[in-house]
Design a binder for this molecule. Structure first.
Ligand code: AMP
Length: 459
């Protein structure tokens, strides 16, 4: 087995790795670090959890230890699709570069331009950014990219999903032709292949096994739900969700609930809170400080249930959770594997439950086809015979919302971006920082409705 000390990393980087407690490089690190240190382009086909962040940060720190940045001319650039991923990369830099003097700036939405401008003005060695924010700074004339020596594109497949590819192409064009490119993607869709053929030069291709199968330590189950009425689907699915969580009892110590739509992320979190569960939402419409606070409290164990969209949760380095719940079946079958991969890590036991309504059945078949396994059917824990009127008397009022068609695309390019030609962008999805599309009652739930039937009678 290769040791970190055999990889030609600088002694200061090795010291930081040692303190992080890493014993040996992961396969992507073993494959990507040597060519990256030689100055070659790297095409890494790997997903989160493989140690890919260190596979580009470690050689970058080693290489950047020599030389100094000039004002407004960063020496390296890391592009990540979401704010959280960019922040995570920045944390990695801090951890691994603690014995090396490197300046760094994080350019993400939700943070004031002024603070970021000040940092850029001083000159930064490492600029970590989401594509939209980077271009905003560039267009304001605050940033010059002609001194970029190393450019990293992280999670390129997610960038494609989010419509960022035109921005990425543009940024490539703004950096010098002689730059070194380290490019990471979990999958190689034709569009990604095209980008790498255009912008990478004879890259070292490093591929680590795709996670097409879920870990054996994850126990999976699906509850097939047939709503009594189409307009009660959400309410009834939330009831099933609570029944599953309750059925798991204390074994469910911490969980992530995934929803396909931001509106559902909000509604499910609100509904759970109303029923007394310790839950909070995370998605692209929430402001940055709130997202950071929610994540921290989930990491620390103060928050038991995180309700998330795929984009917001993608790549987040949260500790292994005991349970993953899919409030609905993801539209991309690979997302199912990513979602349930949040549990059962490092040989620990984990459980993953999926709720599948009739309209999700096609997507569910695609999931089973991908993992080449039948997911055991679990009996619906909610008895269908009860009448809705009776339930209303016994329980807090539910929050209902009209179905919204949008998926959560988190840091979608924002205002003013249309002028950049947005090929493939948007596709009718939500934009970041757009108001949450809760129709019907949503946030404006009149308080009397939140009262129980008895309270209403009394009041
Ligand atoms: P990533 O795939 O970059 O998101 O990394 C996933 C997790 O693996 C992070 O928590 C890293 O701190 C951790 N990690 C990265 N490299 C190693 C290593 N060589 N040994 C042990 N853990 C690692």
């Amino acid at each position: 087995m290769t040791k970190f000390s055999e990889l030609n990393l600088s002694p200061k980087v090795l010291k930081a790795i040692d303190e992080a407690g890493y014993e040996s490089p992961t396969p992507i690190q073993e494959g990507a670090i040597p060519p990256a240190l030689e100055g070659r382009d790297v095409l890494g086909i790997a997903q989160t959890g493989t140690g890919k962040t260190a596979s580009f940060t470690l050689p970058m720190i080693t290489a950047l230890a020599r030389g100094r940045a000039r004002a407004r001319m960063p020496r390296s650039l890391v592009l990540a699709p979401t704010r959280e991923l960019a922040a995570q990369v920045a944390e990695n830099f801090d951890q691994y570069a603690k014995y090396v003097k490197l300046s760094k700036a994080l350019l993400i939405g939700g943070v004031s331009f002024k603070e970021q401008d000040l940092l850029i003005d001083k000159g930064v060695d490492v600029l970590i950014a989401t594509p939209g924010r980077l271009l905003d700074h560039f267009e304001r004339g605050k940033l010059i990219l002609s001194d970029v020596k190393v450019m990293v594109v992280d999670e390129a497949d997610r960038m494609l999903d989010m419509g960022f590819i035109p921005d990425i192409e543009r940024i490539f064009g703004l950096t010098p032709f002689t730059r070194q490119t380290l490019f990471f993607s979990a999958t190689m869709a034709p569009e990604i292949e095209r980008i790498t053929n255009t912008f990478l030069s004879n890259p070292a291709r490093v591929e680590v096994a795709r996670q097409a199968t879920a870990s054996e330590t994850i126990e999976q189950g699906v509850v097939m739900v047939k709503p009594s009425r189409r307009d009660r689907e959400g309410t009834e699915k939330r009831k099933v969700l609570r029944a599953i969580i309750d059925g798991e009892g204390e074994a469910c110590s911490n969980a992530i609930i995934f929803c396909n739509r931001k509106t559902d992320v909000d509604i499910v979190a609100k509904s759970l809170k109303k029923y007394g569960y310790n839950a909070a939402p995370i998605h692209g419409d929430l402001d940055q400080s709130q997202r950071t606070r929610t994540l921290e409290s989930f990491r620390e164990g103060a928050l038991r249930i995180l309700v998330a969209s795929d984009v917001a949760a993608r790549g987040l380095d949260v500790p292994s959770v005991s349970h993953v719940f899919n409030f609905d079946v993801p539209g991309h079958a690979e997302d199912y594997v990513h979602r349930i991969g949040r549990t059962g890590r490092a040989g620990r036991e984990g459980k993953a439950f999926t709720i599948c309504a009739p309209r999700d059945e096609k997507n569910f078949a695609a999931v089973e086809a991908l993992i080449q396994k039948e997911i055991p059917r679990v009996e619906n824990p909610v008895k269908p015979a009860e009448k809705p009127e009776k339930r209303a008397a016994a329980e807090p009022a539910e929050i209902e919302a009209a179905p919204a068609p949008e998926a959560d695309t988190d840091d979608m390019p924002q205002r003013g971006r249309r002028s950049r030609g947005g090929r493939g962008r948007g596709r009718g999805r939500d934009r970041d920082d757009a108001p949450i599309n809760v129709v019907g009652m949503g946030d404006h739930l009149p308080s009397f409705i939140a009262l129980s039937f008895e309270e209403r009678q009394a009041g």
